[in-house]
Write a protein that binds this ligand. Structure first.
Ligand SMILES: *[C@@H]1O[C@H](CO)[C@@H](O)[C@H](O)[C@H]1NC(C)=O
Ligand SMILES: *[C@@H]1O[C@H](CO)[C@@H](O)[C@H](O)[C@H]1NC(C)=O
Ligand SMILES: *[C@@H]1O[C@H](CO)[C@@H](O)[C@H](O)[C@H]1NC(C)=O
Ligand SMILES: *[C@@H]1O[C@H](CO)[C@@H](O)[C@H](O)[C@H]1NC(C)=O
Ligand SMILES: *[C@@H]1O[C@H](CO)[C@@H](O)[C@H](O)[C@H]1NC(C)=O
Ligand SMILES: *[C@@H]1O[C@H](CO)[C@@H](O)[C@H](O)[C@H]1NC(C)=O
Length: 330
């Protein structure tokens, strides 16, 4: 026997209950509630065929809320009951929760209704649309999704539209396994349900292009740092020279300045879902002391050429002087 009736949520619909399945309504447990949403309407049926001469009373818990002697309404509003004597409840608020019970007395003062069925009404607010927040990864690569949820609300989780086993407020997953999956929670109470917007794990984001900063450390060392603009988890760094030869791993690369005077390095930073490489960068700690090239021609060509020219001039001058002296002597 089922005693819980779930009300659908449309606020204008007036619900009439079939009470055949509700046995005697005298037990007070939460479970025999007939649920209705705040703002909706419902009619509590009178399961008795009224005669014109009958007196009708409706009670909410211990107090009478409606009393009609024959056709004259003594307590309550005329339109509070319909033509069959059923009680019409509109614009429900939580304080209208309670047990509603009818009583029918005939003109001789006899209770002719007998033990008429009462209804325990429980008015609940509709649930709010939930949101899912994502906590960044734990160290062991798990991601927690947390659903905002009120008290006494039932949660289910959806991954890409499929319902999951878990029912709790927090859902934990290995982030790597759900890189692009959409998670939402479905929050419900007996009168309504709402689904959150989907979210994805945020432990692993697509990488953005890193850049290399150069730091002259100490007298003769240079440190290259691979910088990323956002915060990422579980990054892997690799360093390459311009010949694409692997030079090292880790966020920084330290070298003796003299060894890398003209070497340009770039870094490759990757996480589980993407990777990016930086532009190459060279150290600026020690400028080469002497330019190596001029107009693309090795400096030694110029030095050699200059020296050769000087020697030629000296030799020519010497030769000329010697000749001139000889001429004068002659
Ligand atoms: C993630 O959820 C698990 C299980 O609910 C919990 O034990 C853990 O503390 C949570 N971690 C974080 C970082 O919130
Ligand atoms: C939540 O709803 C499901 C499906 O209606 C039901 O099986 C489950 O028992 C409910 N859980 C709670 C805690 O109310
Ligand atoms: C997750 O949601 C986004 C946008 O809401 C959609 O583009 C994407 O296809 C969804 N992914 C899956 C696996 O359903
Ligand atoms: C959300 O939960 C309610 C109550 O359990 C259920 O009726 C509804 O079908 C669920 N919605 C989805 C999309 O799973
Ligand atoms: C360069 O290195 C020194 C010592 O390691 C450090 O204090 C400084 O912040 C670094 N500068 C940059 C720009 O990284
Ligand atoms: C960077 O490293 C990742 C991970 O090892 C690799 O998959 C990717 O191809 C590399 N990217 C480039 C541009 O070399």
């Amino acid at each position: 026997m089922r005693r819980v009736k779930k009300m659908s949520s449309s606020s204008i619909i007036t619900a009439v209950f079939l009470l055949c399945c509700l046995a005697n309504g005298s037990t007070g447990s939460q479970d025999d509630c007939v649920y209705a949403a705040t703002g909706s309407s419902l009619t509590v049926p009178l399961r008795y065929e009224l005669k014109e001469s009958d007196n009708l009373k409706w009670f909410k818990d211990a107090s009478a809320i409606f009393n009609r002697r024959r056709k004259q309404v003594i307590m309550g509003k005329n339109d509070a009951v319909d033509s069959t004597g059923s009680l019409k409840l509109t614009q429900l608020t939580k304080d209208k929760s309670g047990r509603y019970r009818p009583e029918v007395i005939n003109e001789d003062g006899m209770n002719v209704g007998g033990d008429l069925q009462s209804v325990r009404l429980c008015v609940l607010d509709r649930v709010q649309k939930p949101t899912v927040t994502t906590k960044t990864c734990t160290d062991n690569g798990h991601v927690n999704f947390t659903c905002s949820v009120g008290q006494n609300e039932n949660i289910t989780w959806l991954m890409d539209g499929e319902m999951l086993e878990e029912k709790g407020k927090t859902l934990t997953r290995v982030a790597k396994d759900v890189l692009n999956a959409n998670f939402s929670c479905n929050v419900s109470n007996p009168v309504s349900s709402e689904i959150s917007l989907p979210v994805q794990q945020n432990c692993y984001k697509p990488m953005q292009k890193p850049h290399v900063t150069v730091n002259c450390t100490g007298e003769s060392e240079v440190t290259f740092t691979c910088s990323v603009s956002q915060k990422y988890n579980n990054l892997e760094f690799k360093w390459f020279n311009e010949e694409n030869k692997l030079q090292g791993s880790g966020e920084t690369l330290t070298r003796k300045t003299d060894d890398v005077v003209n070497t340009r390095f770039f870094c490759n930073v990757s996480n589980s879902i993407s990777s990016e490489i930086s532009d190459p960068a060279a150290q600026k700690c020690s400028k080469p002391s002497f330019p190596n090239e001029l107009f693309g021609i090795s400096i030694w060509v110029f030095i050699g050429g200059g020296a050769g020219l000087l020697i030629l001039v000296i030799v020519t001058a010497t030769v000329c002087c010697v000749r001139a002296r000889r001429k004068r002597r002659i």
